[in-house]
Design a protein around this ligand. Sequence first.
Ligand code: 13P
Length: 249
Amino acid sequence: MNTKKLIAGNWKMNGCLAANQTLMHELLSGVGQPACDVAVCPPAPYLAQVRQLLAASRVIDLGAQDVSQHEGGAFTGDVSATMLRDFGVRYCLCGHSERRLHQGETDVQVALKVKRALAAGITPIVCVGETLREREEGMTEFIVKRQLSAVIHLNGHCISEIVVAYEPVWAIGTGQTATPAQAQSVHAVLRAQLKAATDQAGRIRILYGGSMNAANAAELLAQPDIDGGLIGGASLKALDFLKIVAAAG
Ligand code: 13P
C-alpha cells in the first residue's frame, strides 16, 4: 500500500482531566514529525479538553469512540456527528466490538453511524472482528464480511472514505495478539471485499487492533495489507504509543 499508515489510540473509558493532560503533554513532546498519521480517541466528555491541548499540534488528530446513528433530537445520551464535528473531531470509531457486545449494536446501526459520520465530514473507523468461538468454528471470514458488507451496502460510493479496523475480539485486551499471518489473511479478505465495491480500495486503510504493543507492532505493520493500528491499552502509556507510532514509519 502507498497510503500513509494511521496509528489511532482508543482510550476507551479511561482517563481524567489530570491524567489526560499528562498523557497529551508526553505525546506532544515526544511525537516529533512522524511518517504516519496519528490520532487519539478520548471519551466524549474529554474531547473539548484534548482538542484544546492539541490546538497547536498539526501532528495528532482527534477521534471519538462512538457517534449516534441519529441526526439529532430526542435521543438522550447520544452525541451526534455534527456535535463531534463542532469539537474538531476528525475520526470516529463505529461498531467497536465492545459496543456491539455491551450495547447490542447491530450491523445496520453501525452502517447508519458510518453514514452520519461521513455526512458530517468525519472519517469513520469501522471496526469488525470475530469472537474466539466464531474463529474456532471457522466463521471468521463470514463474520467480518457480513459486518463490512452492511457498511458498504448503506454507504455506496462513499465507501472509499472510510477506514476499517480488524479487531479480533479474542485479541482485545487479552495480550494474545493475532499472528502477523493470521491478521494479514483477514486483511486480505477485507481488501478483496472493498475492491469488489470500489476501484479506490487500494487507498482505504485497514488497521489491525488487538493487543498491539511496542514489541509486536513492527512485524504486524510490515504486512502488505496492514495499514496501521488501533491501539487500546498501549495507547494510555505515552512511551509505548510513541514506539508504535515510530514502528509505523
Ligand atoms: P487492546 O490494544 O487493549 O487490546 O485494545 C484494542 C482495541 O480494542 C482498540 O480499539
